[in-house]
Write a protein that binds this ligand. Structure first.
Ligand SMILES: N[C@@H](CCC(=O)N[C@@H](CS)C(=O)NCC(=O)O)C(=O)O
Length: 381
């Protein structure tokens, strides 16, 4: 047995089922999968359709939220990778599981910096630059119509097709920043003569390496037209791929390139602990059978407690609230009874959806960053 496998067999196995719902070719599903792999958590992967609707979320959890991935740990359902990564760290802590925040040379974990870079760079502007590399035939397909609904207005496929050369330059701008960062890290490595660098001079890759890597990997895949079959599309038309290799290559951006390859080798060398199931019935049954853990244990704690004065805007326990993303997907808000709220996250118990109770009694967890929570009576304000 290899040393890493031995370590895994000694590691505490999760006492509750850990289930990731997502689809092949989904950017953010890739991010969650990488975090689970780096943390070496055994989990079940349930593929959901690449296009809405996804009735499994509505029926099983009364969850109209229309994005992926969604993570279940027993009967706690976590939405959005910004929360998912932190919850994995909270519920599967070191030393039983590898940390996503290894300590850097100077003794810091840089967790807040990583979260800021992830939420306000990789997951948003960098993601937008990557989306701009989708080949035109994708926008002309049912995928284009579906994503128009997600964004809230129809997309003009021909206009998007014309913008691709400009989008490629926008992606180049992002790579230039990444190269600057990694060149700096390489200089530090030469001075310290330590191992080849990760983004924040950590001994192993951290959550910030995941954040940059998953975006670059997805951008390259999508520009090359990979995984389009999951979205129900076939390449057609004048150009089937976007020439990403012209901007992202080892000559133009050598430091990013060597880090990118190094991360892939690192992640691939870790044991794969994912079990993919095509039929979710047994998995949903296993979730239904779980005991609910204490609510405090199920959620992230904020540094300061929730101010009682916030009760006056209706965000108090027991209130009926509406939760929706503050960017795309606002047309599908989730409603429920507020169980707890802090500056980190909100927990709600879903009520009836389409007139029926969820098949499984769950708690739904959303991060505060990227979401709006309002009492249901004022949700349209
Ligand atoms: N902020 C979310 C973003 C999730 C997201 O945008 N996911 C994409 C797939 S990669 C999505 O669900 N798009 C709409 C859809 O697939 O219906 C997160 O971090 O989880």
């Amino acid at each position: 047995m290899r040393a890493s496998q031995e370590r895994q067999s000694q590691r505490t196995r999760p006492s509750l089922p850990v289930v990731l719902f997502g689809y092949e070719g989904s950017t953010f599903t890739l991010k969650a999968r990488l975090a689970l792999r780096l943390k070496q958590i055994p989990y079940t992967f349930v593929p959901v359709p690449g296009l809405a609707p996804r009735p499994i979320f509505r029926n099983a959890f009364a969850l109209p939220y229309r994005k992926v991935p969604v993570l279940a740990i027993g009967r706690d359902i976590y939405i959005d990778t910004f929360l998912i990564l932190e919850i994995l760290e909270h519920r599967f802590p070191a030393p039983d599981y590898p940390t996503l925040y290894p300590t850097a040379e100077d003794g810091r974990t840089n967790r807040a910096l990583t979260r800021l870079l992830t939420a306000y760079w990789a997951d948003r502007p960098l993601f937008r630059a990557s989306v701009g590399l989708m080949p035109a035939w994708l926008w002309r397909s049912p995928f284009g119509k579906d994503r128009g609904q997600l964004i809230g207005h129809p997309l003009d496929a021909e206009k998007l097709a014309r913008k691709i050369p400009e989008n490629l330059t926008a992606f180049d701008v992002q790579l230039n920043v990444a190269e600057d960062w990694l060149r700096d890290a390489e200089q530090a490595y030469k001075l310290q003569k330590t191992k080849k660098p990760w983004l924040l001079n950590t001994p192993k890759p951290s959550a910030v390496d995941i954040a940059l890597w998953y975006q670059l990997k997805w951008a390259r895949d999508v520009a090359r037209g990979e995984n389009a079959n999951v979205l129900g599309c076939e390449p057609e038309g004048e150009s089937t791929t976007v020439p990403i290799d012209d901007v992202f290559n080892s000559t133009r951006y050598p430091c990013v390139w060597s880090w990118f390859e190094r991360f892939e080798v690192y992640a691939n060398a870790l044991p794969k602990l994912e079990k993919k199931v095509e039929d979710p019935i047994d998995t949903l049954h296993a979730i239904k059978e779980c005991e609910m853990v204490n609510i405090k244990e199920s959620q992230l704690q904020s540094i300061a407690p929730q101010l009682e004065t916030f009760d006056s805007i209706g965000l108090k326990k027991g209130a009926e609230v509406v939760v929706s993303p503050n960017d795309t997907g606002r047309a599908d808000p989730t409603t429920g009874t507020l169980l707890d709220i802090s500056a980190e996250q909100v927990v709600i118990q879903p009520g009836r959806l389409d007139g029926r109770l969820p098949d499984i009694q769950v708690r739904l967890h959303f991060p505060r960053v990227g979401f709006v929570i309002r009492p249901s009576t004022t949700s349209k304000l």
